[in-house]
Design a protein. Structure first.
Length: 181
């Protein structure tokens, strides 16, 4: 059994980790039937790391204004697509009109560590942010088209990294890179 799927956590531990009541977790299990824990020999609910991450996703969606049923539907869609909830691949949304940051990311970190979503206009970046829940958002904050998007993402509680942060490390690592860009 993979480490992330081993049932380890009691409902009380999960409730404390996620700042949810045990009653809410049980209600979600009964009502939506998507995150269903295994049971110990004594009947105690035991949740895996993956299930805790899935419940965290639902909680974050509900905290962001979605109804629990909608949050569970989004969870089901993400699981069906094979999305990771705390696995090794990081989902990065890059919002820029010139598409150079994704190349910079690949040069810095390689391609196995993350999944890059590129949006070349503010409207598609906003949809990607809302629907795909990226872990990190990198925005060309100097581009006027993305200023409002960056502010909206920040107001939603997400961190926004300016693209310029990617350019500095590459220039330090490879002076020839800064001469070309």
């Amino acid at each position: 059994m993979a480490e992330r799927t081993v049932p380890l956590f009691s409902i009380g531990a999960v409730a404390r980790m996620l700042d949810l009541s045990a009653a809410t977790i049980r209600t979600w299990e009964t009502r939506y039937g998507y995150v269903v824990p295994q049971r110990s020999g004594g009947g105690q609910r035991l949740y895996s790391r993956d299930q805790v991450d899935q419940l965290r996703f639902v909680k974050d969606e509900v905290d962001g204004g979605r109804r629990p049923g909608e949050a569970h539907r989004l969870l089901a869609e993400r699981v069906d697509r094979g999305d990771s909830f705390g696995g090794t691949r990081l989902r990065v949304l890059v919002a820029e009109s010139k598409a150079g940051a994704s190349t910079a990311l690949k040069e810095l970190f390689g391609t196995d560590a993350f999944e890059v979503l590129i949006a070349t206009d503010a409207a598609s970046a906003e949809v990607a942010f809302d629907e795909l829940a990226p872990t990190v958002v990198i925005v060309d904050v100097e581009d006027g088209d993305f200023e409002q998007l960056a502010e909206r993402i920040r107001s939603a509680g997400a961190k926004v990294l300016p693209i310029a942060l990617l350019e500095r490390p590459l220039a330090l690592l490879d002076p020839a890179w800064s001469a070309v860009h």
